[in-house]
Design a binder for this molecule. Sequence first.
Ligand code: PLP
Length: 449
Amino acid sequence: MTELSSWLREGVEAVEAWQRTFADRSEHPAQRVDPERFRAAFTELTERLTDNYPFFHPDYAGQMLKPPHPVAVAGYLTTMLVNPNNHAVDGGPATARMEREAVAALATMFGFDQHLGHLTGGGTVANLEALFVARESHPGRGVAFSTESHYTHARMCQVLGMPGYTVPVDDTGRMDLDALEELLATGKVGTVVLTAGTTGLGAVDPIHEALALRDRYGVRLHVDAAYGGFFTLLADSELVDPRPWRAIAGCDSVVVDPHKHGLQPYGCGAVLFADPTVARFYRHDSPYTYFTDADLHLGEISLECSRPGAAAAALWLTFQVIPPTPDGLGRFVAASRRAALRWADLLADSPHLALYQRPELDIVAYFPRRNTLSDVDAAAARAFTDGMNDKEDPVYLSVLTVDAADLARRHPDVKSDADRARILRSVLMKPESEDHVDRLHRRVERLVR
Ligand SMILES: *Cc1c(COP(=O)(O)O)cnc(C)c1O
């Protein structure tokens, strides 16, 4: 934190020095605030902020939440003092260039030779943009996504007035491609959304196998890698199956959320298109025949208007120091992945906890060993609240609701006496989890014994 304090001070000083290069100006009295009043309100703010879960700490092993890296914070807050708007080059020339550079680094990470892309407020808007382009390029046809895909795909289909079709998943939560093919044979689908890391279980759809369907049925392939995208940096390691990650390069579009595994504050999502000419769908005047994204203002290739230049600067600065390469950001996701594998091994041997399924990325799903589904549900719910409310040694998990059939497929020994059950889920997205997971396991075992 002391490092961050000094970076922030340097940032404030640098911006003030730049401001001093302009003609003198006096502060309007309306800008001034009563210091006492500020102090009181600020104290209240910092107190109220303690009403939060410790997202920074590895004992928080719940949802996809963690603070941004201090480098990103320094980049964001310093740039915020200037407050550029990346809608247009005139809104922030410096940060518009940084956005292009950061987005180009993401495109390289996914193996796109050329691209059109930009940052967004998050994965939802990024996916909306991809589906908007899907609708324009495949008019009159709908979108297919798996039952485990993010809930916003169905919602965005509604927004865009396109039919959405859900495709069942296999025993590990990946899209069932036989079922997809049956649906594609009807000719109703123009775009398939493949998820590279589902939000619930971190399952990766078989993108490499879906590639063949693209030409056979003339569909677009969009990859929702909002959560999982940065795990592509592990494709050359033993830590993940490389095939779906390498196949992303052959798809039409991909979404990744730097505000999840990219060390950024909210909101920073990104959408990338393999074909830069899709820019024509964003234009209101006559279509051009050829685009390079350098020709266009960012606002001409995005649905949103104003966007924070600070988000682009934060990502750009982070990539200068921790690039999206295997030995940069890859070290973060590798640690998370190893933590998940280690915990899976511990769970597999536990007399008190059962592993729901082998983790593919860094999401671990597990449940208290009980004979019936209703007992699993009750014990999981109790562990979740007891863990969080423990004054001495709190631990923060999240719950995932699963259908009886899904649990029975994986654990036929548990008697199905209910339609669904809550189980436990931990996203191990902090690299510190790697050294913490043994303790976490013992702690959770104690909760459910
Ligand atoms: C988080 C997530 C989204 C939504 O992204 P936001 O940044 O929360 O808007 C979409 N898809 C997947 C797979 C996600 O994990």
